[in-house]
Design a protein around this ligand. Structure first.
Ligand SMILES: C[S@@+](CC[C@H](N)C(=O)[O-])C[C@H]1O[C@@H](n2cnc3c(N)ncnc32)[C@H](O)[C@@H]1O
Length: 305
C-alpha cells in the first residue's frame, strides 16, 4: 500500500511520543496476562501492529508464563539449571509472534527502536523469545499472500487488532472482509481480540476534543491534539501536532485526518456473527467487566469460532 493511500498516516516516532506506552500497557497487561494464562497460546498475529509494543508485551507474558508453569521462582535457578534452559528452548520452538502493518516506516521503526537491541535478560538463551517476533509490511488486503510468501503457516491461537485498527479500515465492506479473514486465520480453540472506540454518538460527542498533550523531547516540544467528528457511516478523526523549538517558536505543523468506519455495538455484533463467529463477548475499557455502551470510551471484543 502506498503511503498516500494509508488512512492512518502518522510518523511512528511521533506516534510513540503521543502514546504513553508505559501507562497504556500497564493498564492492558493484566487483561492480556489473564488471557494467556487461561488459554494455550503459542501462535499470535497482531494485524495493524504499528510500532509493535503489544508484540513485545506478548513475548514477555509468554516468557513469564513458562517460568510460572514450571514453578521456577528464582533468577538463580533460571540461569544455572540446564534442564530448565533446554525446556525453555523446546517451548520456544513452538512459539510464533507475527506483526503486520502496511506502514513500512512503522515496521522499520519497530524493528530498530522497539524490538531490536533488547537485552534485558541475563542469560542469552532467554533473549531468544524476542527473536520469535517477526514483523512484515502487509495489510488485511494482502495478508494471506504475505504469510504465504514468508512461509508463515496460518492458524493462530491469538489474533489481535488493537487501537482502532479495525475502524481505520474505513468502510463497512472492508471491516466485514477483515472479520472474515480473522475468522479464517483463527485456530478452532483460538481467540481474536479487537480493540476500538465506543462509537455511540453521545460518547463521541462528549469526548470530541481530547485534552491537548504536551511532550518534551530533546530540545523540542510537541503539542498533540485530537478531534472527532461523528458521522453515521464514517467518523472523522483529526490529528494535529505542533512542534516547537526551545524558544517556543513553531517549527513544524502536522495535520492528518483519518476516516473511521462508525462501528457501533449492534452493527459490530451483526458483522461478527455474520462472519461466522459463534461467541462474541464485549468488555469495557480495562477488559475486566462487561462493556457499557453508555459509559465506556472504548471496548475489547473477544471472538471465538
Ligand atoms: C491507530 S494505529 C494502531 C496501532 C497499534 N495496533 C496500537 O494499538 O497502538 C492503526 C494501525 O493500523 C494500520 N493499518 C491501516 N490500514 C490497515 C490495513 N488495511 N490493514 C492492516 N493495518 C492497517 C496503520 O498503519 C496503523 O499502524
Amino acid at each position: 500500500m502506498k503511503k498516500k493511500d494509508l488512512n492512518f498516516n502518522y510518523d511512528p516516532e511521533l506516534y510513540d511520543l503521543q502514546v504513553n506506552w508505559q501507562t497504556r500497557l500497564s493498564k492492558e497487561k493484566e487483561f492480556f496476562k489473564n488471557i494467556f494464562l487461561k488459554r494455550d497460546i503459542k501462535t499470535i498475529i497482531d494485524i495493524g501492529c504499528g510500532t509493535a509494543h503489544h508484540l513485545k508485551l506478548f513475548a514477555e507474558i509468554l516468557y513469564d508464563k513458562f517460568f510460572l508453569l514450571n514453578n521456577v521462582l528464582s533468577e538463580c535457578e533460571k540461569i544455572n539449571n540446564d534442564k530448565i534452559k533446554k525446556n525453555f528452548l523446546d517451548y520456544l520452538s513452538n512459539i510464533k509472534i507475527i506483526g503486520i502493518d502496511p506502514s513500512q516506516e512503522a515496521i522499520t521503526y519497530a524493528k530498530e527502536k522497539v524490538i531490536g537491541n533488547i537485552l534485558s535478560y541475563e542469560d542469552v538463551s532467554y533473549d531468544k523469545i524476542y527473536n520469535k517476533i517477526i514483523l512484515k509490511v502487509g495489510s488485511f488486503e494482502n495478508l494471506e499472500s504475505i504469510l504465504l510468501k514468508n512461509s508463515i503457516n496460518t492458524g493462530f491461537d491469538l489474533i489481535t487488532c488493537l487501537g482502532n485498527t479495525l475502524p481505520i479500515l474505513g468502510t463497512r465492506r472492508k471491516v466485514k472482509i477483515a472479520l472474515k479473514t480473522i475468522r479464517k486465520l483463527l485456530n478452532k480453540a483460538g481467540v481474536a481480540i479487537l480493540q476500538f472506540l465506543n462509537f455511540e454518538p453521545k460518547i463521541i460527542e462528549k469526548e470530541r476534543f481530547y485534552k491537548p498533550k504536551i511532550v518534551k523531547k530533546d530540545d523540542a516540544k510537541y503539542i498533540f491534539l485530537k478531534h472527532f467528528e461523528y458521522g453515521k457511516l464514517k467518523t472523522r478523526v483529526d490529528f494535529l501536532i505542533i512542534q516547537m523549538d526551545r524558544n517556543d517558536d513553531v517549527v513544524n505543523f502536522y495535520n492528518n485526518s483519518s476516516f473511521l468506519c462508525t462501528l457501533r455495538k449492534n452493527l459490530f455484533l451483526k458483522m461478527a456473527y455474520n462472519s461466522g463467529f459463534k461467541n462474541v463477548r464485549l468488555l469495557g475499557v480495562g477488559g475486566d467487566r462487561d462493556f457499557n455502551k453508555n459509559t465506556d470510551l472504548s471496548l475489547f471484543a473477544l471472538l471465538e469460532r
